[in-house]
Ligand binder design. Structure first.
Ligand code: GDP
Length: 525
């Protein structure tokens, strides 16, 4: 295959940052972009805190709330690599898009707040990464403040997330007496708030600080040295293979806000993170970017109404193989239709620009007039195939929905159908009354749904929250009787006609399982 394209592909590192809100994801992203020269000043990634809106806040609803609804893609060059960061929104902005973005990356960076440890949203996102078996790199943030003991944090990662951890560096002190980090991997000490000239201090052959320094006299230094000896003897061994298999997470301590440890993290991350990985087709054939010459990719997200004046939609494509060139012919595998792609964009920190060329690992946006669906495959060559289906995720929040004006029932159903197909929301029906229930993983999906129904389909909807539920599908549907359902275990059908129980809470689920042992329940991701 064309060796220039191959070289370009090998330079790509495509990842997402996963974390619980406030752990410091935005701050870390900004620092990474600063190193890459992609932005000029910190505070420009998200408008939330500065009151300015970043250009990636396209939708009206984003402007109203001052948040970034959809994951944007940031690209920069560093040290010969081309880095693509796919942002995953958190908190109320959390949605199925957040999960699906993780399908489009080759590795993930997990940011943890040193004072809080592992939090709920981190667990959810981590699970999706773990299911894919992608490498996960951990950055423990806010070392400039009082936090948990480092050993406790490592233990928490291993116990809560069930992944082995390998500390790449180790903090010496904390908060006001934070001296720096002992870099096990590079065998040096990186000083906190030091000048460029004395940022790194050497170690002697015993692994002790090789120069005179006041920190050497402190109990923090002694403690750190004791911990490191313990890690050397009883901790996990470093294994690049285990990292790449997603079974061992390299852990870095640092502070994004003070820009401490970020550059070392970035450089080490780039060294070990995988280049674009092969993807499986629905016939279990691997499409390897190092072998498959033709362009191919899959759509992991569709964003509508980026520009309300034009009502355009953009389909986000993760390129799996080959090279994309503007003006090329591509075939949509689902329909077999071939067309010329003339409008394509790529995403930079501050702008959207027309993209002329992109290769495997990159994300491009294709203008969409209703052609694409989530999970679609686009191919450039003669060989037509379909990538493996994207997983469906178990929703946790539910509302009953109906049109405000019954005369609009036709548009109502058309709108719902399209938004469901697009993957914006999930759809269920009660058994006899056929009431429509919408399911989502985050509240924002409902707000976006309501907004789009009004703006794109001209239908006002009434939404009646029925709260959070635990949804469980059923392996042996034939054994289910309607009498098993109750107000605490509602029986509905999903959009494929499959039966689903919506349990009010954990207790209701357990009670049901005890009473109906023969019913085999399962959850999606
Ligand atoms: P996100 O919600 O994960 O994107 O978190 P942000 O990056 O917005 O950070 C949340 C808060 O933590 C902000 O007030 C940041 O200034 C602060 N923060 C981020 N990194 C650090 C750090 O290293 N040290 C300290 N002390 N604060 C930090």
């Amino acid at each position: 295959m064309n060796s220039d394209v191959k070289q370009e592909i090998l330079k790509r590192r495509t990842f997402a940052i996963i974390s619980h809100p406030d752990a410091g994801k935005t701050t870390l992203t900004e620092k990474l972009l600063l190193f890459g020269g992609a932005i000029r000043a910190a505070g420009t990634v998200k408008g939330k805190k500065t009151g300015k809106f970043a250009k990636s806040d396209w939708m009206e609803i984003e402007k109203q709330r001052g948040i970034s609804v959809t994951s944007s893609v940031l690209q920069f060059d560093y040290d010969g690599y081309r880095v693509n960061i796919l942002d995953t929104p958190g908190h109320q902005d959390f949605s199925e898009d957040t999960y699906r973005t993780l399908m489009a990356v080759d590795s993930a960076v997990m940011v943890i707040d040193a004072a809080k440890g592992i939090e709920s949203q981190t667990i959810k996102l981590f699970k999706v990464c773990r299911m894919r078996g992608i490498p996960i790199f951990t950055f423990i943030n806010k070392l400039d403040r009082q936090g948990k003991e480092p050993l406790e944090l490592i233990e928490e990662i291993e116990e809560v997330l069930e992944i082995q951890a390998y500390p790449m560096n180790w903090p010496i002190g904390m908060e006001k007496e934070f001296y720096g980090i002992y870099d096990r991997f590079h065998q040096r000490i990186e000083q906190f708030r030091a000048d460029e000239s004395d940022r790194f201090l050497p170690l002697d052959e015993n692994g002790e600080l090789a120069v005179d320094h006041p920190m050497k006299e402190t109990s923090y230094y002694t403690q750190a040295m004791d911990d490191i000896r313990l890690l050397d003897e009883a901790g996990n061994p470093f294994s690049e293979e285990d990292i790449l298999r997603g079974e061992l997470t390299p852990v870095f301590f640092g502070s994004a806000l003070t820009n401490f440890g970020v550059q070392t993290f970035l450089e080490t991350y780039l060294q070990f993170a995988p280049a674009p990985q092969p993807r499986s087709t629905d016939e279990e054939q691997l499409i390897d970017p190092m072998e498959h010459e033709d362009f191919s990719g899959f759509i992991f997200k569709i964003q509508a109404n980026m520009n309300p004046a034009h009502r355009d939609r953009i389909a986000f494509v993760r390129i799996v193989s080959g090279k994309f060139e503007r003006g090329m012919n591509v075939t949509l595998a689902r329909t077999g239709k071939t067309f010329k792609v003339t409008q394509s964009t790529q995403f930079l920190a501050e702008t959207r620009e027309t993209v002329d060329e992109a290769v495997a690992g990159d994300i491009i946006g294709l203008y969409d007039t209703g052609t694409y669906q989530i999970g679609d495959t686009v191919v450039g060559g003669k060989k037509i195939f379909q990538f493996e289906k994207l997983p469906q995720f178990t929703p946790e929040l539910f509302v009953k929905v109906s049109p405000k004006n019954v005369m609009k029932s036709k548009q109502f159903h058309k709108g719902i159908l399209q938004l469901v197909q697009e993957g914006a929301i999930q759809y269920y029906k009660t058994l006899h009354t056929e009431e429509i229930i919408l399911g989502a993983v985050g509240q924002l999906q409902f707000e976006v749904f309501e907004h789009r129904m009004k703006n794109e389909y001209n239908v006002e909807v009434v939404m009646q929250p029925i709260g959070s539920k635990i949804a469980r599908w059923i392996k042996n549907e034939e054994d289910v009787k309607e009498s098993m359902s109750s107000s605490r275990s509602m029986l509905v059908k999903d959009r494929f006609g499959k039966l689903v129980f919506l349990f009010e809470n954990d207790f209701a689920l357990r009670w049901f399982s005890e009473k109906n042992e023969h019913i085999q329940l399962y959850s999606l991701l």
